[in-house]
Ligand binder design. Structure first.
Ligand code: NAP
Length: 283
């Protein structure tokens, strides 16, 4: 039976570290602050924004939510971003997705100052992932890595098979994992015989968005299985891995919920603190 990669336990430790760092910044007279922009009233986005507010405030990070009606012109959203870019008291900026159709996601993402881009979506931060330089990187791929490292998994030298090459999880994860000296294989929807690849893996990371896609017979006995998927089904939320069956063969496995997703909000807050340093605050 696989050992659990316990996202809630790791998140608790991470949050304690963040609280300590926040206290240190406050002693230096810096009050870390995250600004979140919500355009329209997409119900899931409202829930995500409120959840960030709760975590942020629990960690001592100031939070401001800017809500704008769904028909707000793009120029007005860009105007707000520019104001927040200039505001020395704001250290992180996030725009909840999806945006209304008349607003270009790409334009909005490029408008955020890279040093305040806590979602890690600005092309400059995407470039830093490739070059290996310090930048702000997306929370979910970072969660996959933190969950493994903080659970004692050695990534270096391992063969990691990533299932999914999406912009938010799979693709950035490739370069973050490479930095940890793993050998990486990337699979996607055009990969014939997915199992032939995943069975070779010491570590499988699933980032697809298809409930229970990864089956027991696709996993090498003792392998580590990290599930970044979130799927809403009739039976509730589940991951991309057939957890109940795969846990019989894997060495370690992350549950959904309670795995990768438990760390993401904390890692956004960690990005706020990293942003403060990148902005040269307090120097
Ligand atoms: P995405 O952009 O839709 O990418 C999905 C990837 O899966 C694509 O590369 C796609 O291949 C591949 N794929 C689809 N069907 C496949 C199949 N049958 N076999 C192999 N690969 C297949 O998704 P994403 O935004 O990266 O998100 C991936 C998952 O992570 C989703 O479940 C999402 O909900 C979850 N997620 C979780 C968090 C969290 O906090 N835990 C945050 C963000 C996202 P092609 O490229 O060929 O189309």
């Amino acid at each position: 039976m696989a050992q659990l990669l316990d996202g809630k336990a790791v998140s608790k430790v991470l949050k304690e570290e963040i609280q300590q760092e926040v206290a240190q910044w406050k002693e230096k007279g810096v009050n870390p602050k995250l600004a979140v922009i919500l355009v329209g009233d997409d119900p899931a986005s409202v829930v995500y924004a409120k959840s960030k507010q709760k975590v942020s405030e629990n960690l001592g990070i100031a939070f401001e939510l800017f809500t704008m009606p769904g028909d707000t012109p793009e120029a007005e959203v860009l105007g707000l971003i520019e104001r927040l870019n200039q505001d020395k008291n704001v250290h992180g900026i996030m725009i909840e997705l999806p945006l209304p159709k008349h607003i270009s996601k790409e334009t909005v993402m490029k408008a955020v100052l890279p040093e305040k881009d806590v979602d890690g979506v600005h092309p400059i931060n995407r470039g830093y992932i490739l070059s290996g330089e310090e930048g702000l990187f997306p929370a979910t791929p970072q969660s996959c890595i933190e969950l493994m490292l903080r659970s004692g998994v050695e990534i270096s030298g391992k063969h990691v098979v990533i299932v999914g090459r999406g912009e938010t999880v799979g693709k950035p994860l490739v370069f973050l994992i490479l930095k940890h000296n793993a050998t990486v294989t990337i699979c996607h929807s055009r990969t014939p015989d997915l199992g032939a690849f995943t069975r070779q893996a010491d570590i499988v990371v699933a980032a697809v968005g298809k409930a229970k896609l990864v089956k027991k017979d696709m996993i090498k006995p003792g392998a580590i299985v990290v599930d970044a998927g979130i799927n809403e089904t009739e039976d509730g939320i589940c991951g991309d891995v057939d957890f109940e069956a795969v846990k019989e063969v894997a060495g370690m496995i992350s549950p959904v919920p309670g795995g990768v997703g438990s760390l993401t909000t904390a890692l956004i807050m960690k990005n706020v603190l990293k942003g403060i340093k990148l902005q040269g605050v307090g120097k």
